[in-house]
Write a protein that binds this ligand. Structure first.
Ligand SMILES: NC(=O)c1ccc[n+]([C@@H]2O[C@H](COP(=O)([O-])OP(=O)(O)OC[C@H]3O[C@@H](n4cnc5c(N)ncnc54)[C@H](O)[C@@H]3O)[C@@H](O)[C@H]2O)c1
Length: 352
């Protein structure tokens, strides 16, 4: 399978590494509007064909599928062009900046009948998959309560570079540069982690968003620092369970950590994933009497990259699809309105 990498910034290195390690996958071409970036990635990973526009890459056309790793607001226009050209796409998250655009992408991909996936990275976490299997098998009984968090600390630590000077962080702080803040950046990850892990669909949403002052006049150069830094969300699910989901870039002491706790009437499950690894703990059976938790081995699961390649080769669609990401985007859009109105909203109504 010949792959085109579209957008050769930070996350593209992960795609190049992961796809490059899959047997039979050739990194055939790379595109970035910044020539120095396309050269850097291509030199590092031996990519022979380099372009500074998607249009030029499409005219060349010698690729079977594309990984779209451009900034959030570029996903929609570029993916629509790839779909029109009949190319399967693994698109980075969030699929688009809003539900309307995300569902347009899902509609177009489905109409064209092409393989479409969104890189919800934490599907690669084996304990998450095992937790879901256990919930769906009824091992913890009826789920009553869910707690999930996504904690990052890049506004207080320089582990991944200094946000004050690094464009890859500055665009994430600025609505004018296409960012919906922490909600748009990692909200989709933690909503997927919570709802997929617990095997539940979200019905109602209430959300609070917060943007803290960070620089004089909240501006650095061309970047107005107006995107949200923290959110807290209250959810209820279609089975009647309640959920609390939150995320922050101010979570001092947590570089990148997702946690999910699922409580059923016959057991509890906890998944923790951070840069050191991931863990699954359960409290079930007789252990619920004295709250004894046991760590379980979850084995390993194929990555999204591998599953995308398998889907392109076999023609059999795989999840998470554009449609799934669009449905999560609907919850994120509702969260913004809920925060503005300080009111709970439902995922069922088309307009509220
Ligand atoms: N799945 C994950 O866990 C995960 C992690 C990090 C980032 N991401 C996502 O990956 C995407 C890229 O993030 P990043 O951190 O690599 O950003 P980045 O700014 O480092 O890289 C984006 C690159 O896209 C290029 N670009 C912009 N417009 C383009 C266009 N029209 N055509 C081609 N290239 C274009 C930029 O020049 C830049 O080199 C974002 O959507 C982000 O949300 C996902």
């Amino acid at each position: 399978m010949r792959l085109l990498i579209l957008g050769t910034g930070w996350m593209a290195q992960q795609h190049a590494r992961q796809f490059g390690n899959i047997e039979g996958v050739e990194l055939a071409g790379a595109v970035d509007i910044e020539p120095s970036r396309v050269d850097e990635l291509s030199d590092t990973y031996g990519i022979p064909n380099r372009f500074t526009s998607l249009e030029d890459a499409l005219t060349w056309g010698k690729f079977d599928a594309a990984a779209n790793i451009t900034p959030d607001r570029i996903h929609h226009p570029t993916t629509m062009k790839l779909i029109a050209a009949g190319k399967p796409v693994l698109c980075e998250k969030p699929l688009a900046e809003n539900y309307v655009k995300a569902s347009e992408m899902a509609d177009a991909a489905e109409r064209a009948g092409i393989i479409n996936m969104v890189n919800l990275t934490y599907r690669n976490v084996a304990p998450l998959q095992k937790a879901r299997e256990m919930v769906l098998a009824g091992e913890i009984g009826a789920v009553k309560h869910v707690e999930a968090s996504y904690l990052q600390s890049w506004l207080v630590s320089k582990f991944w570079g200094d946000w004050r000077t690094d464009p890859k962080w500055l665009w994430r702080l600025s609505r004018g540069h296409g960012s919906n803040g922490v909600l748009g950046d990692v909200g989709i990850h933690i909503l997927d982690f919570a709802s997929y892990g617990a095997g539940l669909d979200i019905e109602h949403v209430f959300c609070r968003l917060k943007t803290f002052d960070k620089a004089p006049d909240n501006r650095i150069g061309e970047y107005e620092l107006d995107a949200n830094d923290s959110f807290t969300m209250a959810l209820d699910f279609t089975n009647g369970a309640l959920g609390v989901v939150h995320a922050s870039r101010w979570a001092t002491g947590h570089l990148n950590e997702l946690r999910l706790r699922i409580f059923g009437d016959r057991g509890g499950i906890e998944v923790v994933h951070n840069l050191k690894g991931s863990e699954l703990k359960v409290c079930i059976g007789g252990n619920i009497e004295d709250a004894l938790w046991k760590t379980l081995d979850s084995g390993s699961v194929p990555t999204n990259y591998q599953r995308f390649v398998d889907a392109v080769r076999s023609g059999v669609p795989a999840e998470p699809s554009f449609r799934h990401a669009a449905e999560l985007q609907k919850v994120l859009d509702l969260a913004v309105v809920a925060a503005e109105r300080r009111a709970e909203l439902t995922t069922h109504a088309d307009t509220q």
